[in-house]
Design a protein around this ligand. Structure first.
Ligand SMILES: C[S@@+](CC[C@H](N)C(=O)[O-])C[C@H]1O[C@@H](n2cnc3c(N)ncnc32)[C@H](O)[C@@H]1O
Length: 269
């Protein structure tokens, strides 16, 4: 019996590997992790291909109920957790792997493309990226400055920075769950996906606070949307230009280039 951690790739149901499909078809329970990334298609298209039911796994489920929903059941039957992109493209799944192994569960990982390698299409050398960072939605009292710090350090070494942009999927509250259990209708807040424009606005906001001159209107930035989909967009320009550009529907991410080799410069033209 096995816990399969299966990468789904970046676009639609057909991006699963043959190995992944075989594994999923052998599973009794299948969960789709839906909070660190999204596919361009809904879970019904996956169910049609797999000929199996797929359940949506919330962040709470994967992080707090992993033991009872994933790890222990995988001692008795085959269980799959499907992850959009690659299994290790988000930091959360390493913890699950470690816990499952500690519990003596047989784990099989089936890799796929991730934003972390697909970003190579932009033309900047993958080997010349420094630390990856995440820009999160700030609120009135909270403006995390980590992305600014990461960009500053990477730039000082001439390295590029990939900025992943926040996804906020509202988890049902305790009250919601009680109301649901009573059969009452509960409307969840729609998910929020940070755009390239919002990400840049956050970086500018941190710059205003820090005043280290790391983020400027005339610096070059690259906005990327829906990589892996037929209508993907890559647009390079000054921060001021890109701030105004409409990248369309999610997902988006952002690159702050470091020192460019002339081949990288040509690729961006
Ligand atoms: C935690 S990361 C990636 C997780 C996924 N498991 C992977 O390996 O690609 C999620 C973030 O990456 C970026 N991202 C993921 N897929 C993308 C895509 N197809 N195009 C542009 N950005 C993407 C977005 O900023 C998104 O919020």
């Amino acid at each position: 019996m096995t816990l399969y951690l299966v990468g789904l790739g970046l676009y639609d149901a057909k991006d699963i590997t043959l190995r992944g499909l075989e594994a999923v078809k052998s599973c009794d329970t299948i969960y789709l992790e839906h909070y660190t990334s999204i596919l361009a298609q809904d879970k019904e298209s996956l169910e049609k291909l797999y000929e199996k039911e797929v359940q949506i796994a919330s962040r709470d489920m994967v992080e707090k109920e992993a033991e009872e929903k994933l790890i222990l059941p995988a001692k008795e039957k085959n269980v799959a957790l499907l992850i959009v992109g690659d299994v290790f493209g988000a930091t959360t799944h390493t913890d699950l792997l470690v816990r499952a192994k500690e519990a003596g569960v047989n784990v099989e990982v089936i890799f796929n493309a991730s934003i972390l390698n697909a970003i190579g299409i932009v033309g900047l050398e993958l080997y010349k990226y420094g630390k990856t960072t995440s820009i999160v939605f700030p609120d009135d009292n909270w403006l995390p400055e980590t992305p600014y710090e990461v960009i500053k350090n990477n730039k000082s070494l001439g390295l590029h920075t990939l900025c992943l942009l926040d996804i906020k999927v509202a988890e049902p509250t305790k009250e919601d769950l009680i109301r649901q259990a009573r059969g009452e209708q509960v409307t969840a807040a729609p998910p929020r996906y940070m755009t390239v424009n919002q990400g840049l606005a956050v970086l500018k906001q941190i710059e205003e606070k820090r005043q280290d001159g790391i983020i400027t209107d005339d610096m070059q930035v690259i906005g990327v949307a829906r990589l892996g989909q037929p209508d993907y967009v890559i647009k390079s320009g000054t921060l001021k230009e890109i701030l105004e550009f409409d990248f369309g529907s999610p997902l988006h991410c952002l690159i702050i280039p470091g020192k460019l080799h002339h081949i990288e410069e040509e690729a961006l033209l």
